[in-house]
Ligand binder design. Sequence first.
Ligand SMILES: [Zn+2]
Length: 336
Amino acid sequence: MGGGRLETVSVDVEPPGPGELQIAVAYCGLCGTDLHIVHGNMDARVRTPLVFGHETSGTVAAVGAGVEGWKVGDPLTVMPLIWDGTCAACLAGHQHICQNLVFVGIDSPGGLQQRWNVPASIAVPLPAGLDLRTAALVEPAAVAVHDVRRSELQVGDRAVVLGGGPIGVLIAAVAREAGAHVMVAEVDASRRSRIAELGFEVIDPSSADMVAEVERWTGGVGADVVFEVSGAAAAVRATTALAKVRGTIVVVAIHSAPREIDLQRVFWRELRLLGARVYQRSDFERAVELLGRGVIPADALISGVVPIEETASAVADLSAGRAMKILVDVAGEGRA
Ligand SMILES: [Zn+2]
């Protein structure tokens, strides 16, 4: 897919195999990883043609042999991780970062299809009251839940989120729910105004003196937690200047190259530098709960819903930074 060509095709539907559920996919969100796949940046990993998409919601369309606890019509989402259960990471209890992890929608067929067979083990039930459009945000919200949990954020903490895209806003919302005060740094003006409307402190790191502003905001102490979500080299350099003594830096973004970081500052302030990747089942279930309670500003995050035939133009809009989160209406039910 190096040429970035997207096609919508009709195929015969296979029944679900033993241990599988067949999902009638309702919505599928598009994310930065999907853009990388379409643009060919992941050609070394991705086998094409690929049905991508991993931010999904839907209902059970058919139940495979041996699957218990599910019936046709049940609403669900999918935690798109399949681990081997035998590697050192799995045996240590870190199945979500299995050394042979299969990420569904990247390494195997994903959710941009109207009928999707998945192992029942990765299906996550949704409460009846949660609408399926909102539920398409469970996967990115679970990322944010995991990031905040890894940070060990405490009530009353001051957290700085570098990068105000969908994941940054989700982290801000989850951190606020956990009792933190949150400041988001974002270069795009329209995103900044949207974030300010949600009640977060917001700063433009390209014009303001971010270090001085965070010093002022924290009474000279520095931030308890800094989430690096932007993927930008300058933001990485800023993290160590923003964190307080014994503060925590969480690396959320996928950086395309090694970055420079001030290790003298890490040493001097006894900073903690953590990676946070995907999510565990408990994070996914917590994300379902937070969306169900309306803690996540779903409407502010979803900037558009398109039919499946318009996936390519949605990818172009996202690539150009013209959108926040675009959902593909896979079932076609929401069409005007
Ligand atoms: Zn493993």
